[in-house]
Design a protein around this ligand. Structure first.
Ligand SMILES: [Zn+2]
Length: 128
């Protein structure tokens, strides 16, 4: 994808990121061996949260992957939402526009490069 030099997202670029995010979403479902339909069906078959918890605790590894996938899925859905609202490339922190190349590399990011750097610095300080 050759991005336009303007900071704003062009309609075809919105479309490009939408496809990219939807593709990521599909991949997660593929890897988990489940289609969206199956997931819906399973939730219907086990309406009791207790039953579902039992089912999911069968394998800790599966559970861990699922947790990570779930988090990523949530991020993808939020990104799609922001895309629809025209806020996809707006940094949550400083409201500067996030570079398209950065979004291309990390489609679910909500921070511009500078804010992400700052966040990582803060995390390092907190953990040491
Ligand atoms: Zn920022």
């Amino acid at each position: 994808m050759k991005f336009s030099s303007s900071e704003e997202l062009k309609p075809e670029e919105v479309e490009y990121f939408k496809n990219k995010l939807e593709e990521m979403q599909r991949q997660i479902y593929d890897e988990s061996g489940e289609t969206v339909e199956q997931m819906k069906k399973r939730n219907k078959e086990f309406p009791d949260p207790g039953d579902r918890a039992h089912l999911e605790s069968e394998s800790i590894t599966t559970l861990r992957i699922r947790d990570r996938e779930r988090k990523l899925l949530k991020k993808i859905q939020e990104a799609l939402q922001r895309l629809e609202e025209g806020e996809y490339n707006v940094c949550e922190e400083c409201e500067e526009l996030i570079r398209k190349e950065r979004l291309d590399a990390r489609p679910v990011t909500t921070l511009c490069f500078n804010c992400k750097e700052k966040e990582e610095q803060m995390e390092k300080t907190q953990h040491s």
